[in-house]
Design a protein around this ligand. Sequence first.
Ligand SMILES: [Zn+2]
Length: 258
Amino acid sequence: MYIDTHAHLDDEQFRHEPVEELLKRAGEKNVRYIIAPAVGTESAAKLMEIAEQFPNVYFAAGIHAHDALSFFEKEYVTLKKMLAHPKAVAVGEVGLDYFYNFSPRSMQIHVLRRFVRLSLITGKPLILHCRDAEQDLYDILKEENGKLTGVIHCFSGNEEWAKRFLDLGFYLGFTGAVTFKNSEHTRNVVATVPSDRILTETDAPYMTPAPFRKIKPNEPAFIPVIADKIAEVKGIDSVEAAGIFVENAEKCFNIKLS
Ligand SMILES: [Zn+2]
């Protein structure tokens, strides 16, 4: 069986069909569990509802780096409350995006720090977004050395950064990017990451793996394509790898999947 540790089930690209359909297709591919990270307060509320409805869906609550500028304290209070929900497994997604810079960097850092505190208060791991911002993200996490855990999702840094985040105790999430022809860089990084620190994720509806890349939005049913590619890069048996990746998610998010 497989797990998708990062699927935006509430994304508007999925609005043309009920969530049941996505979950059904995932189930047919043996993708039995899904973690859905929020990009804001409204998003978290929707995902909480989905998680209440479907036993195999968990959610995370946070504010995306893109929206740091429009973050209000009252949202922090709401998200904190949501994190007490039994299906809330992580704080996220939160982080830094210096590629798009949709919000000023100082605001992104401010908001990230608030949610790092929230991770410490709630004891729930972080789902982190990081684009061209490894140094600042690392410095912020390093301040709490040893007390934080979680995942740098859709990891796009180099081998050196991978090692540094692993040393801090974080997992690294890999998406359909591992299947892209021009992503030798990502495969080289995957090759250096120990199998027991890798999480499988789609980042659906984005990052559709090859050969479906230009054909349709990404969805949890594509996880086996990603997991198999990672196994191939690591030179391990794909069935064994799938088991390891599920175990990693159990450890990272402190959940017991059967
Ligand atoms: Zn995401």
